[in-house]
Design a protein around this ligand. Sequence first.
Ligand code: ZN
Ligand code: ZN
Length: 716
Amino acid sequence: MRGTVQGVGFRPAVFRAAAACGASGTVRNGGSQVVIETDRPDELMAALMSDLPPLARIESVEREDVPYDGPSGFSIIHSDGSGTGASIPADSAVCDRCVREMFSPGRRHMYPFTTCTDCGPRYSLLRGIPYDRPLTSMDSFTICPECVREFSDPGDRRFHHQTICCPACGPSYRLLDAGGSPVEGDPIETLAHALDGGCLAVVKGWGGMHICCTLDRLPHLREWYRRGQKPFAVMVRDMDALRRYAEPTPEEEARLLSPDRPIVLVRKIPSEAMEAASPGLDNVGMFLPYTGMHHVLFDHLGADALVMTSANAPGEPMVIDDAEALALGVDYYLLHNQPIINRSDDSVVRMLGDRTQYIRRSRGAIPYHIPIGFRGDAVALGPQENMTGSVASKGRIWPTQHIGNGEGIGVPEFLEEAVRAQMRFVGCEPAIVAEDLHPGYANRRIARRIAEEHGAEIMDVQHHWAHAAALMAENGIDRCICLTLDGTGHGDDGTAWGGEVLDSSFEGYGRVAHLETIPLLGGEKALRDIRRLRFAIDTINGSENSDFTDSEAAILKKMMGGSVRTSSFGRFLDALSYSLGACSVRSYDGEPAMRLEPLLARGRHVDGISAENDGGTIRFISMFQRIGGCSPEDFAYTAVESVMEELVGAAAERAESEGIREVGLTGGVSYNAPIARMFVDMVKSRELVPVLHRQVPNGDGGVSVGQAAIALRKIQ
Ligand SMILES: [Zn+2]
Ligand SMILES: [Zn+2]
């Protein structure tokens, strides 16, 4: 049997099924699969299927009929060797039964490492497969006689639980003060009181560490962290507490409670605290406790919410080593003595109706794979921002966890480590290593290194084509007319792309339409100082612009001819956001567009503002002359609607002439809910099929999946 059948209590479930139907035989992990030998296959399968462990996913069952000649009785055989290609289990929030046990009298009363075969960390503590204790970071903890008894009892829910432990034999927390000295008393209880008293703390969890404080200390945290406007996520005690701060939809509630416990963007109830968490936005990222420590912490805490953010130095990967954590300079450190093997930041999702859109796919939702119809092995290193890598082998593409932005110290190293770990897990011997077309990206060195080691070919893949290919791979289609809308990507003509309609297959693509280009005055500077985008637009329109002094304006005017030009949809939104007073300067990636979203959500269509398709170039610049004639909300809505109308129109025309039904939407802009909804309505009204993401991140976190799919197609 193949699927997610390791680390999920699968072999114990087989054992119980065998006992229930009186079957003899054995069950063992065979690396990528579970192998059962039995004298009563039909009865055993029926019993097993009627009572599968909650985390198990069966993908395929192969059956071989040979006479059974083993002993009578049923047993679990210890794993033999290290197979590859297994579905490696993901971390899964502590289950209700374990939470109840933690808050009841008994051995595991208030024990923060309480887990069972249905729950607990998996991937984050895994060194290799098969998933057995010696290949996890639990290998250094010797299991006590009581735990041995539970582990060996087929009736116990910790029967063969690989990471079984208790206060007598398992890991433990300790609390250190600002100077790194141990603090007296119960570590979690003491910390809870300190947090209520207003301290900043680092807490070590499953796949990494968080910096946390109570909501009223948020201004202090922002100052200390030098994080001006960027949103912070908030962990709440429970769903009742969450509803005091936000209004989740039923789909969002289901997602908040799912075993992967992602951070979910939910509509906030306006308040000072929520405005401080995500300034200028309608939504805020919230999540529920998922480790035993979180539950114990909230039990002792007076506050019902904590700001929780990945502990790192700005731009660097999340800290997983105790020594590095102690250098962060907070008031208290809650650390434990179990090493973190695979760094996993919290996953972040946004729901579009019942559809999950991954902003960041990591803890709880990795590893995962996308089945693809191409054989062969390939590796893809992704783009520069929101990096992931992907490893392809045996008809599957395995993306890594979220890595970070390539300019950050230590980030390329983390990418290489994660890609190599994934290559080991799935046994990948790449024939092609794919990378972004952009000549300046940090991960190209890694691509070269891996290619040399394996005698593989290097393949450059255009950024937006890779986005489109990721969307196609995920949706199991091999051609699609795709709107790929994002901040920037290196175009094949040397300009910066980002507002593209591509007729895309895995073999190639054609540029059907794109936004008209605007010059980025001063290059990178125009990304932060978004007044420059409006200045360029006004200059093209021959309009007055009073944002700069005369001498500044003279310098900017001289730059008009020589600056790199971009067709980016993200820059169009930035200019709009600035012009409508939603954002004056970009202090974090995506901020102007995110702050524009509340306006988009409230606006209505007005007449007299429209973009136009000029032979495949979507002209929008002249619309800016009409700002002021209606409310900012209505202008935002109508300007974006008219540009989308032209892009979808161009895509639909190509789709119809080629006899294709699918029109796709991908790229970071597609996280914007009003834009995604407009797209779906516009495509459906043309009786075509809208194609969107559900598993692979819409943004640059999905690019490596597309690169891998394109590389595999080339190998064929
Ligand atoms: Zn459990
Ligand atoms: Zn024990």
